[in-house]
Design a protein around this ligand. Structure first.
Ligand code: ZN
Length: 274
């Protein structure tokens, strides 16, 4: 990924996706905002307990970097994919979307950025240059265990006639297997879904292995989502994965798990200019 800055705001962009003139994207770090500790500083979410005015200013800064207004659904750790279609001239469709439960957004419309706030869950960005369609998916462990990445690709194929081999993908920083010990419930959920189980990345670590979260079974969520994209038909050279663990790099990103819930969320956005 490429490190970028706009004023105080520091963000990353994917190499390959960044070469596409028609699409704007950004993976914001926690740097360059106005929130105070423990949300310092570019917190993107009011659900954390941060000052709403600070989050508002932070989101304003992020929208300015993207050059587009930001829209979102309400992510609920499920596997629903929603097709985003602007309706009418007002903001009613944006408000309706905000109240819609969905963990993946796909669209071939322009003039706004698909946006969510993250802290450990896997942000997955997709772009179909042939059909000018984009997607943002939220791959938490529950969504990954329901094959959200593969379902998002299939939804793009069904809706925009996307060929998976045309897709460019970016897998943004998320919690790494270094910091993510899996519970029995996680293993069971993955096992219950054939597609997710086939792409799951669990490793056993003995008691004396290096690492910072003790012995046990560890889950690599980014790798699991990458495998789902490959199984869905994406070409390996078209998937760029950030080798950054949010748990290890709390100077750059927020980690819900490693900061024990008292932290912010970093923004991830992708959109097409009108
Ligand atoms: Zn880590």
């Amino acid at each position: 990924m490429i490190a970028c800055a706009a004023g105080e705001v520091e963000y990353l962009r994917f190499d390959r996706l960044g070469q596409e003139a028609a699409v704007s994207h950004a993976v914001f770090t926690r740097r360059g905002g106005v929130s105070a500790a423990p949300f310092a500083s570019l917190n993107a979410s009011i659900s954390t307990g941060d000052e709403p005015a600070a989050v508002h200013e932070n989101r304003h800064r992020m929208a300015a970097v993207l050059g587009l207004p930001l829209i979102s659904t309400r992510p609920v750790h499920d596997d629903t994919v929603v097709v985003v279609r602007p309706e009418g001239t007002g903001h009613a469709w944006v408000d309706r979307l905000r109240a819609t439960d969905a963990d993946a957004m796909i669209t071939d419309a322009s003039g706004f950025g698909l946006f969510w706030a993250f802290a450990d869950c896997v942000p997955i960005l997709l772009y179909d240059p042939r059909h000018h369609a984009i997607a943002l998916a939220h791959g938490g462990w529950r969504g990954t265990a329901r094959a959200i990445a593969a379902k998002t690709v299939r939804a793009m194929s069904a809706t925009f006639a996307t060929k998976p081999a045309d897709l460019l993908a970016g897998i943004a920083p998320a919690i790494g297997d270094c910091c993510y010990r899996a519970s029995d419930a996680m293993l069971e959920r993955f096992h219950a879904n054939d597609e997710a189980w086939a792409s799951a990345c669990f490793t056993e670590r003995p008691a004396d292995a290096p690492g910072n979260d003790g012995p046990g079974t560890y889950l690599d969520l980014r790798a699991a989502n990458r495998r789902q994209l490959l199984a869905a038909g994406l070409r390996p050279e078209c998937i760029e994965m950030a080798e950054i663990c949010t748990g290890c790099r709390r100077d750059l990103f927020y980690s819900h798990r490693m900061e024990r819930g008292r932290t912010g969320r970093f923004g991830v956005a992708i959109g097409q200019a009108s």
